[in-house]
Design a protein around this ligand. Structure first.
Ligand SMILES: Cc1cc2nc3c(=O)[nH]c(=O)nc-3n(C[C@H](O)[C@H](O)[C@H](O)COP(=O)(O)OP(=O)(O)OC[C@H]3O[C@@H](n4cnc5c(N)ncnc54)[C@H](O)[C@@H]3O)c2cc1C
Length: 386
């Protein structure tokens, strides 16, 4: 095992750092869950893409720079170090992109990956339905083949970024007589298709973080099928593997939060109970452990391995770590932690409260942690279903 970076990786880091220092916006962008913030984030993505940094591990012809996944981790470390904006097209670049790379035809790769890298096309994820959340195999929305098209009817919900996104990828029942995991297909749907209605869902803070999407005889070209018809479950599980196991939450995100937590503790140490110091140290160690584990996963993938059920372990770890770090920060801040950004005396409280509220959703999105525990019990430990 060699834990040192190669000279090439160090040069890559220096190049990424210099570019980010020169280009990252000095002021934070408005939230991408608002129309203006969404547009500003797309502009930032276009700039990243022009510099060749949108998705470094992709081949150059698809908008990447042909880096390997270790270099991607290095890039992520520099990205968070620079305080660069959140990735508005994360459903595209981190989830669908790698899935297209694995299951797409050459035509699909050429068609979808470059505008994804530039965020001219931003993607929403369409798994959940009103009666299919944790039990995703209960999906009822149908996509029935009619000549060269699929005709889609039904409803998706909780589509993050769906209020402003251009496209949605999702699972649809292409065999109306099938049940559970069989007869589902992975289809790519332009959200401006006639018969598609996008209805934004506001969060308690008034931002349009989600959408529900209705389909009434929406006709989508059959060429928008990804993978084989009727075998969409397998394709979707590959997407979920990238989401839970590697790309959606790179370790740099948690190392960055851990660093900020240490700074917060140092600034307030005189007023803190001794036990808080241990929790800060636990958080820092957790972020480092997650980083090493991710480097191990990437090394395994570079040797031809695949992401499997262990992605569920990962997902539980990062979501619980994120929540613990934000809870600790709020305890350090005491009553001040409840101040909203912009309140007169909120000068030193940062965005911990906002981060905490989002961290609360970590154990729910990307498949709830209860479901991940079921996966671990059955597929890793080999325990019986009942
Ligand atoms: C911030 C956020 C972003 C999201 N983004 C998207 C998105 O972009 N696209 C999308 O399609 N969806 C998205 N979702 C929806 C998310 O995938 C679902 O909320 C999640 O899968 C749970 O489904 P549900 O809400 O229907 O809850 P339910 O499935 O009704 O679950 C309710 C509770 O019961 C538990 N439970 C259910 N079944 C079992 C079981 N078999 N064993 C043990 N416990 C069980 C669950 O763990 C949960 O605690 C998002 C959710 C959040 C919070």
């Amino acid at each position: 095992m060699d834990l040192a970076y190669t000279p090439e990786q160090q040069a890559f880091r220096a190049e990424a750092r210099a570019w980010l220092e020169a280009h990252v916006p000095k002021e934070p962008l408005a939230s991408f869950d608002t129309a203006a913030g969404f547009a500003a984030h797309c502009e930032w993505e276009a700039k990243l893409n022009a510099g060749g940094w949108a998705m470094v591990p992709w081949p150059t012809e698809y908008g990447g720079r042909g880096a390997d996944l270790l270099e991607w981790l290095v890039f992520e470390e520099e990205y968070y170090r620079a305080g660069a904006p959140g990735r508005v097209n994360q459903n595209g670049i981190f989830l669908l992109g790698p899935t297209i790379m694995e299951y797409g035809t050459p035509e699909q790769k050429a068609r979808y990956l470059p505008p994804m890298a530039s965020s001219e096309e931003v993607w929403a994820q369409g798994w959940s339905e009103p009666n299919a959340g944790s039990d995703m195999a209960a999906i009822q929305t149908t996509a029935i083949r009619d000549g060269d098209h699929y005709v889609i009817n039904g409803q998706k919900t909780w589509a993050s970024r769906g209020a402003f996104a251009h496209w949605l990828f999702g699972l649809f029942r292409t065999d109306p007589d099938s049940d559970r995991h069989r007869g589902l297909s992975f289809v790519l749907v332009p959200l401006d298709t006639p018969g598609v209605t996008v209805r934004p869902i506001e969060k308690l803070n008034g931002k349009q973080a989600f959408a529900e999407v209705f389909f009434d005889d929406a006709r989508v070209p059959a060429a928008n099928l990804l993978g084989e018809e009727g075998r969409g479950w397998n394709v979707a599980m590959a997407t979920a593997g990238f989401e839970r196991g590697l790309m959606l939450r790179s370790p740099a995100r948690f190392q960055s939060t851990a660093r900020k937590l240490v700074e917060l503790y140092r600034a307030n140490a005189a007023d803190c109970e001794p036990a808080l110091r241990d929790r800060v140290l636990d958080a820092w160690r957790g972020a480092e452990a997650y980083t090493l584990e991710t480097y191990r996963t990437v090394s395994r993938l570079l040797e031809g391995g695949k992401i499997g059920a262990e992605a569920s372990l990962n997902k539980i770890f990062w979501s619980e770590l994120d929540l613990a770090m934000h809870e600790t920060a709020l305890e350090i801040l005491g009553d001040r932690g409840e101040l909203l950004a912009g309140a007169p005396s909120a000068t030193d409280v940062g965005d911990w409260l906002d981060g905490y509220v989002f961290a609360l959703s970590g154990p729910i999105y990307a498949g709830t942690n209860e479901i991940q525990r079921n996966v671990i019990a059955e597929r890793i430990l080999g325990l019986p279903r009942r």
